[in-house]
Each structure stands twice: as structure tokens, then as C-alpha cells.
Write a protein that binds this ligand. Structure first.
Ligand code: SF4
Ligand code: MG
Length: 316
């Protein structure tokens, strides 16, 4: 079956003036299968949000292709563009900033329904009630305002808004990062339940691997605008190949104190270089504990080194 999303060597560069180019996304290729959850992970500023925003066409790609259901999203217009805008929705990181404080929850959730002219009157109302119940809220909530809700509840409202027009694909940009740890698991479970009920596909963005572990089928790791490793969630935790992934994993505490004591922590030296002035060759080489002379000479490309396991590193 054709993947729902195919991203081919997508780049998103920003001209920041003075002849300087910010390579926010420089090397990015993924396929996502229908019904899959793809976790995208990396430190803040690595380009993961920009990648998400380019895939949903909030930005035009500088080069490369984004195919959704086999069609190049940058070439869509008219009816097809409208359909794309319905099929792909976004859930934002900050449930405080992303909901209009002057609108009732019911009207926030119905925004897409109104824009796309799907339902009016009693049908619209019934749809909003259904969505509230789908995300674990109730009818009384429809007439209240966002400030009356907790962070977790606001994120549920944001999810209901995204679901309202029956999308096929949801990009969730750090949807749980701003929430209390106690609430994070509940929201992840809601995402899982909705995926099952509605046959959704997710691109789930997070800044640490622990957050995506329980939701992702596959995971992609980004560093400085580049996808450096892609494989199944299981594989990534069991045998990470890229030195950057190894360091990210070594930072996650292990509950078993016996294993924790014997474990080797990989502490990276130095800061993430500026994307305005990335290193030559491998973008990770200034911090890589395994860097070799050849790492400065050529940029490694993402290649499949074991079935389904892709890595961009000269060690492989
Ligand atoms: Fe490290 Fe070299 Fe691999 Fe880059 S290519 S991750 S510098 S070993
Ligand atoms: Mg971000």
C-alpha cells in the first residue's frame, strides 16, 4: 500500500538577511504508513517543528517533495487544496496560547466545521457534543471559556478542534511537553484511543525519547536540521546506531537501580552549533565521541543499514 505521507529530501531554509541562510531543515526524508504513529525527536531548535510546519504546508519547502496520498502538496490548488487542509490537522504544544480566550469551547471546536461549511444548527451542535465526549469532556463544557480549564483539559479541547473535520493525519507538535507529568500519560492514552477509533495517522513531535516511547511505531531522530536515524521504536531502544541517539538514550533514567548503576552515561561536550553556521561534514561531529577524520570531509547520508533501520553516520 502507498504510504499516506512521503517526504523526499525536504529542505526548509530561511533567508535571515545579510546573506545568511538558516538551514532549519536540511536533510529530511520519511515515509509514514496509514495508521502509523511516527515519533520525531530532537533537542529544541533542531528543526522538528519546522519540518512539521512544512509538511502541513504552513511553509513552502525550499526544495524536495512532500507527497500526501501520492500528491505533491505544493502543487495542490482549489478543491484539492481544501481537501488537503481538511485531511491534515495540527495539535499545538501550548494549550494556553493556541485557544482563542474570547471564544467558547464549543465555537473553538466548531471552527473547522464552520470554515468548511460541514454542519449548521442542530447537526453542528450534535457534532460538537460528540467531539467533547470523544476527548473525555462533557456537554456543559461547550459554553465555557478556555481559562476555566486545566492544561490537560485545554489540550483535549485542542485535540477535539483538530478532530472536528475528520482528518486522516494529525501532526502533534510537542502536545504533552507543557503538561504536568501526571497528565502526560492520560493525553498520550487519549491520542492512542482516538487513533484506533478514527483510523488516524500521527506525526508525533517531542523533545525527548522517553515521551514518544509508548506511542510511536517508528521514531526519527533529528540533529541540527538533519534526520540522523530512523527505525522502529523497539529497535531504536534496543540497538541505537547513531552516536547522537546513543547519548539521548543514555540520558533516560532506568527504573532498575542495579542496571542504572552499571550503565555508562554519555555526556556530550559543547553546545549544539548554530544552524546559521553548521559544521562541515557530519553535523554532529563537533560533539560526537566517535568522530573520525573523515567525518569532517563528507556529510553522511541517511541509508538503510539493516532492514528498516536507517542511519546517517560514517561508522556504518
Ligand atoms: Fe560521529 Fe562521524 Fe558518525 Fe558523525 S559521521 S555521528 S561524527 S562517527
Ligand atoms: Mg518546537
Amino acid at each position: 500500500e502507498q504510504p499516506i505521507l512521503q517526504v523526499r529530501d525536504m529542505k526548509k531554509h530561511f533567508n535571515v538577511g545579510g546573506g545568511r541562510i538558516l538551514k532549519a531543515v536540511d536533510s529530511f526524508s520519511i515515509d509514514i504508513a496509514r495508521g502509523e504513529t511516527f515519533g520525531l525527536v530532537g533537542e529544541s531548535g533542531c528543526g522538528k517543528s519546522t519540518a512539521g510546519r512544512t509538511i502541513i504546508r504552513l511553509y513552502n519547502a525550499t526544495s524536495g517533495q512532500v507527497l500526501f496520498n501520492g500528491e505533491d502538496i505544493h502543487k495542490l490548488s482549489g478543491k484539492k487544496l481544501k481537501q488537503f487542509n481538511r485531511n491534515m490537522q495540527m495539535v499545538y504544544q501550548d494549550p494556553y496560547a493556541s485557544l482563542n480566550p474570547r471564544m467558547t469551547v464549543g465555537n473553538i471546536i466548531a471552527e473547522g466545521i464552520d470554515i468548511h461549511g460541514l454542519y449548521t444548527g442542530a447537526k453542528r451542535r450534535a457534532r460538537v457534543m460528540q467531539l467533547l465526549s470523544d476527548v473525555g469532556l462533557n456537554e456543559e463544557h461547550a459554553n465555557r471559556f478556555p481559562h476555566e480549564f486545566s492544561g490537560g483539559q485545554r489540550q483535549r479541547i485542542g485535540i477535539a478542534r483538530a478532530l472536528a473535520i475528520e482528518p486522516q493525519f494529525i501532526i502533534a507538535d510537542e502536545p504533552i511537553s507543557a503538561l504536568d507529568v501526571s497528565v502526560q500519560a492520560q493525553v498520550v492514552n487519549l491520542f492512542k484511543k482516538l487513533q484506533k477509533d478514527h483510523g488516524l495517522t500521527y506525526l508525533f513531535i517531542a523533545h525527548d525519547l522517553a515521551m514518544v516511547k509508548h506511542i510511536s511505531d517508528r521514531i526519527g531522530v533529528m540533529y541540527l536540521g538533519n534526520l540522523v536515524e530512523v527505525t522502529s521504536s523497539q529497535d531504536l531502544y534496543a540497538k541505537p546506531l547513531h552516536p547522537y541517539t546513543e547519548s539521548l538514550l543514555s540520558a533516560i533514567p532506568i527504573p532498575d537501580p542495579e542496571i542504572e548503576r552499571r550503565r555508562e552515561r554519555i555526556i556530550l561536550e559543547g553546545e549544539v552549533p548554530s544552524p546559521l553556521n553548521p559544521p562541515s561534514g557530519c553535523p554532529f561531529r563537533t560533539r560526537c565521541p566517535k568522530a573520525m577524520p573523515e567525518c569532517a570531509a563528507a556529510k553522511p547520508v541517511l541509508k538503510e543499514v539493516e532492514p528498516g533501520h536507517h542511519v546517517a553516520c560514517h561508522l556504518y
